[in-house]
Ligand binder design. Structure first.
Ligand code: SAM
Length: 174
């Protein structure tokens, strides 16, 4: 078992050496995941409700709540990593469906989300925690990869207690 941070970067590396021009990173945080997969000519749009300063010419940070986000263009790669559990379940489902719809031909949806096995589920049962089956039923396309993960005990910046995470990781291709 691995720590979540290490696992995230190991998972996004599954997309290398593919090249992505237009990247959307929803709930981007500091944009580290999208920047790690971007090329010199990639254009990243990162949406996060918390203002962030990301000093990289390829990165455009949009300070917005995902509940108010509307697609008006298509992308080669959409990253949805560890953010759906902050949204109410119906909104999270709609967002996931919209992400897949708004991919360019052969575009990739890269998803990491928490499942009901995660300890946070008991605190937010009406939020977006997804199983493999639920995700596949929503996206209605055969995933290139879909698997469950469990992390080792760790402590994060926002939570002083040691805990594990359980979730799923998926790559869908349009
Ligand atoms: C656990 S962090 C994940 C960051 C990044 N995606 C990653 O995997 O490294 C969750 C991020 O989602 C953002 N977030 C949570 N709820 C949101 C919402 N309703 N709209 C926009 N961003 C949100 C938080 O501000 C935070 O930066």
């Amino acid at each position: 078992m691995q720590k979540l941070k290490k696992l995230k970067f190991q998972l996004i590396n599954e997309l290398k050496p593919q090249k992505f021009k237009k990247i959307l990173d929803l709930g981007c945080g500091e944009g580290k995941l999208s920047l790690s997969i971007a090329n010199t000519d990639s254009l990243i749009t990162g949406i996060d409700k918390t203002p962030k300063i990301i000093q990289d010419k390829r990165f455009k940070h949009v300070n917005k709540d995902l509940l108010n986000f509307k697609f008006n263009e298509k992308y080669d790669l959409i990253i949805v990593s560890l953010v759906l559990h902050y949204l109410e379940k119906l909104s999270a489902k709609r967002l996931l469906i919209d992400c897949f719809k708004n991919l360019n031909k052969e575009g990739i949806l890269f998803l990491i989300c928490l499942s009901k096995k995660d300890y946070l589920y008991n605190q937010n049962k009406s939020n977006g925690f997804f199983s493999i089956n639920e995700t596949q039923n929503l996206i209605k396309s055969k995933p290139r990869i879909i698997k469950e993960f469990k992390t080792s005990m760790e402590k994060h910046k926002d939570n002083k207690l040691y805990h594990k995470h359980s979730g799923i990781f998926a790559i869908f291709q349009k």
